[in-house]
Design a protein around this ligand. Structure first.
Ligand code: 13P
Ligand code: SF4
Length: 359
């Protein structure tokens, strides 16, 4: 069944159906909305004369919508967002928002989390193809078998996973609360940790607990070059190395500070150092520069000459797509029952433990 709205009138535009093919008239052109499954967004040209900043602000006001954006979004998107944050902050905001529509400028698992936590709201995202290599590395069918092979284990899953994986898990965590979540369980409780093996190893080291790790990783954080970061450090001996725990162990071993995106931002703002080598996706540097304009932030290089320290999924979102997303409310996130209820239990457990820990 098609989950898109069947009839809706947009100012001057209209929506019609023809032999079960759903057509939408967008910017004067007919668009087959079934195409959204393939493209991930409404693939139509936006008038280049349009003041996108003003239009987005107007639509937000008129529709009582809120834009939640992750730190890895491009600078313009961060600047129009109502809230910018890490995965935990974004989930907390999504749960409590009073807006009618949540426009999620991030990746698919983040928008899904917003819908799971606040199912009564309409959750839309600028490009539904904005996925995550880490989430993709953990297919539900295989994960179910993995859990069955380890009876008696509590399943902790990193929030970077699909709604189906969340529904199979006991507790969710993010990089900012993972240590607290693991420590909240009795010391002798066996744990499965998925899908990020790098974050898993980092938590094992921090807590001294052995866990059964799923073999997943992030394509962006795995590509940083230890050799090139070390060279950079020689060129900038006073710069501190700050890294996200999704990085591989040898990179984390030379870091002065390890933390979630919010953790890295706070550290870079408050620490006395004047320069930082930032070992995570480059989007975060926009907020670092805003909160400490006098400091220097050097993006850590990947192991080749590509721009692989930009997440290709996060960077699928653009201002144009946000405008179209707000205007036509497509694509929309919908999650079936019982997945949504089961996944909510594991996320809510995380939020409760986080609240107790003051996070
Ligand atoms: P944070 O929760 O630290 O923002 O991390 C999200 C993410 O996708 C990192 O790759
Ligand atoms: Fe996923 Fe890595 Fe992109 Fe984060 S940076 S969204 S973990 S692919």
């Amino acid at each position: 069944m098609n989950s898109f709205p069947r009839l809706h009138t947009y100012d001057d535009d209209s929506l019609c159906t023809y032999k079960n093919i759903f057509m939408i008239i967008v910017e004067g052109k007919a668009v087959d909305i079934a195409k959204l499954d393939r493209t991930g967004f409404l693939d139509v040209e936006v008038d280049p004369q349009l003041d996108l900043f003003a239009e987005i602000a107007r639509l937000k006001r008129e529709k009582n919508a809120v834009i939640l954006a992750h730190y890895y979004q491009e600078a313009d998107i961060q600047d129009i967002a109502d809230y910018i944050g890490d995965s935990l902050g974004l989930a907390q905001q999504a749960e409590k928002t009073q807006a009618d529509i949540i426009v999620f400028a991030g990746v698919h698992f983040m928008a899904e989390t917003a819908k799971i936590l606040n199912p009564g709201k309409k959750v839309v995202m600028p490009d539904a193809k904005a996925g995550c290599s880490l989430a993709d590395s953990c297919p539900p069918v295989l994960f179910k078998k993995f859990i069955e092979a380890h009876p008696g284990h509590t399943v902790i899953s990193y929030i970077n996973c699909t709604a189906e994986i969340k529904a199979l898990s006991d507790i969710i965590c993010t990089s900012s609360n993972a240590v607290k979540i693991v420590e909240s369980l009795p010391a002798d409780q066996p744990i499965i940790f998925a899908p990020d093996k790098n974050l898993g190893r980092y938590i094992e080291k921090k807590t001294g607990r052995k866990m059964v790790l799923w073999d997943g990783s992030c394509m962006v954080h795995e590509i940083f070059s230890l050799e090139r970061i070390t060279k950079l450090k020689h060129q900038h001996p006073d710069a501190k190395i700050i890294a996200h725990p999704e990085c591989e162990e040898p990179v984390l071993a030379i870091a002065d500070f390890i933390g979630s995106t919010t953790g890295l931002l706070k550290y870079a703002t408050n620490d006395s150092a004047q320069a930082f080598i930032v070992v995570t996706e480059t989007g975060i540097i926009h907020q670092m520069q805003k909160s400490a304009p006098h400091k220097t932030f050097i993006p850590a290089p990947p192991d080749n000459m590509c721009a692989c320290n930009d997440c290709p999924h996060m960077k699928r979102n653009t201002l144009e797509k946000i405008y179209l997303n707000l205007r036509y409310e497509l694509p929309e996130i919908n999650i079936p029952e019982p997945t949504i209820s089961k996944a909510r239990q594991s996320i809510q457990r995380m939020l409760e433990i986080s609240a107790k820990a003051g996070l």
